[in-house]
Ligand binder design. Structure first.
Ligand code: NAP
Length: 255
């Protein structure tokens, strides 16, 4: 995995504050690094991986950007409230929210435990609700903001063994559309990105031979490709008229 974003002269997000949940590794890490390279002050959220989160923030600071790590559990209301209040105290505002934190607890439905269902729904769907509700209070007041929810191809087409994950990610899509409608008059854009299979720790145990046959472009995607789409949605003038959408980036799996 590349994480190829370098500090550029084009600091288009200079003066903006971005919160990326689950940014200690994988897709969230790439998004954090790329937003940092575009000049945003980046809050690197995580729930357990302290050292990795520290490294992401350090790497942004070393390349001339501005970043700090912040531990909070997106599935816990008190933890989210405290985390967001801390950001407002440190940084004064939040302009960009990337709801990326997510987990899997796979198993065929007949064998799926209630705890597997609850853990996934609480992190992947309730987490998006708690972070969005909390951050939007500030965005509504400032009458601007960009929210991107990372859903999944699995939320669009389903996947055996992932009933909990598919339900959580399909829920995120409905949530995204509703927020886009509720917030549009205040200048806040809310979109979802639906990645296919991306090379991260989450997918490292998947049988790639079987998987590759399902992907028209014949290969897994990279976290940096997801980060580039995020960049387009948060920083390009060309994306200003886009809200309430779920954009697939999956090598052609969903068509
Ligand atoms: P990953 O490598 O497993 O990373 C997950 C991140 O989420 C980690 O930083 C983890 O930090 C954080 N996290 C987990 N639970 C959390 C919680 N309760 N509170 C705060 N942070 C938490 O996953 P990934 O592959 O990068 O996936 C990122 C997002 O993309 C997820 O929403 C996933 O569902 C989605 N997605 C991934 C793929 C794929 O192929 N990889 C495809 C479609 C969609 P800690 O270790 O500190 O908990």
């Amino acid at each position: 995995m590349g994480n190829t974003f370098k500090m550029t002269q084009n600091k288009i997000l200079s003066g903006k504050v971005a919160l990326v949940t689950g940014a200690s590794r994988g897709i969230g890490k790439s998004i954090a690094l790329s937003l940092g390279a575009l000049g945003a002050e980046v809050v690197v959220n995580y729930s357990a991986s302290d050292t990795s989160a520290e490294e992401v923030a350090k790497s942004i600071n070393k390349s001339g950007g501005s970043s700090y790590k912040l531990k909070f559990d997106v599935s816990d209301e008190e933890s989210v409230n405290n985390g967001i209040n801390q950001i407002i105290k440190n940084s004064g505002k939040i302009d960009i929210l990337i709801n990326n934190a997510g987990i899997t607890r796979d198993g065929l439905l007949m064998r799926m435990k209630e705890s597997q269902w609850d853990e996934v729904l609480n992190t992947n769907l309730k987490g998006v609700f708690l972070c969005t509700k909390n951050v939007s209070r500030f965005m509504l007041k400032q009458r601007s903001g960009k929210i991107i929810n990372i859903t999944s191809i699995v939320g669009l087409i389903g996947n055996p063994g992932q009933a909990n994950y598919a339900a959580s990610k399909a829920g995120v899509i409905g949530f995204t559309k509703t927020c886009a409608k509720e917030f549009a008059s205040r200048g806040i854009k809310v979109n979802a990105i639906a990645p296919g299979f991306i090379e991260t720790e989450m997918t490292e145990n998947l049988k790639t031979d079987d998987l590759l046959k399902m992907i028209p472009l014949g290969k897994l995607g990279s976290a940096d490709q997801i980060a580039s789409l995020v960049n387009f949605l948060v920083s390009s003038d060309a994306s200003e008229y886009i809200t309430g959408q779920t954009i697939s980036i999956d090598g052609g799996m969903n068509m």
